[in-house]
Write a protein that binds this ligand. Structure first.
Ligand SMILES: C[S@@+](CC[C@H](N)C(=O)[O-])C[C@H]1O[C@@H](n2cnc3c(N)ncnc32)[C@H](O)[C@@H]1O
Length: 218
């Protein structure tokens, strides 16, 4: 795995090239959006917002006018890109640099959507657990956790591409941005989440998992 410092250095260099990944990401993100009931959201938290592409799309096309949107990322380059991109939504969208910590500097029960696309797959398992725990804390009861992540392939072609990807990742994780296929289910088991939507979508041999889960107040 990349350390937080290595991930930050990588995404600082990678910058706007992140948006080139749309060729395999967009269909999965569309699926997440269509199950995330964003038209009824009032406050959204995004973990690892990258260039702000998803935030811009949600603010322009899916969210109500009076929504508040808080996006964080640990890369200063990404934060600059996202800030420029979202400056016209100034009153509704805030972008904040994080130190890469999983502990989020926001109070409990504040958001009704927690969005995270293509970040879980670069975190260590303990960090994935910690982010999901934090998502549960900061979401209001019945709030939705909306995740998209690289996952395991289920066709011959996808399994072949996955094998290549995993070999590159184990040889030099930085060559694939630190990302590797993960399965998110095991992190959402238990009485705390009610999975409302789960799907896998493959594009160009890369498979993404989409999960929309509702916070069950405990
Ligand atoms: C593969 S990119 C995905 C960006 C964006 N979510 C998207 O779907 O285009 C991963 C992003 O997560 C950010 N990131 C990595 N580790 C992080 C951490 N510990 N805390 C916050 N952001 C992190 C990176 O800086 C990068 O912008």
């Amino acid at each position: 795995m990349l350390t937080h410092e290595q991930a930050r250095a990588f995404y600082d260099r990678f910058g706007s090239k992140q948006d080139w990944q749309r060729f395999y990401e967009d269909r999965a993100v569309n699926d997440m959006i269509s199950h995330g009931a964003f038209d009824t959201a009032s406050s959204v938290f995004e973990f690892g917002c990258g260039t702000g592409r998803l935030a811009e799309r949600l603010l322009m096309q899916c969210l109500p006018q009076n929504v508040s949107y808080l996006a964080i990322d640990s890369s200063p380059t990404m934060i600059n890109l996202a800030q420029n991109r979202l400056s016209r939504f100034q009153d509704r969208a805030k972008v904040r640099l994080s130190l890469g910590d999983m502990a989020l500097d926001v109070g409990p029960n504040q958001f009704d959507r927690f969005v995270c696309t293509y970040v879980m797959d670069l975190l260590a398992e303990n960090d994935i657990r910690a982010v999901i725990r934090e998502a549960h804390r900061v979401l209001a009861p019945n709030g939705l956790l909306c995740l998209v992540s690289l996952t395991h392939g289920y066709t011959t072609v996808c399994r072949f591409v996955e094998k290549l990807w995993v070999s590159v990742h184990s040889f030099r994780p930085v060559l694939v941005g630190g990302c590797r296929p993960v399965l998110l289910h095991p992190f959402l088991e238990g009485p705390k989440w009610n999975i409302r939507h789960e799907n896998q979508i493959s594009n160009f041999g890369l498979t993404s998992q989409i999960i929309v889960a509702e916070k069950v107040a405990t």
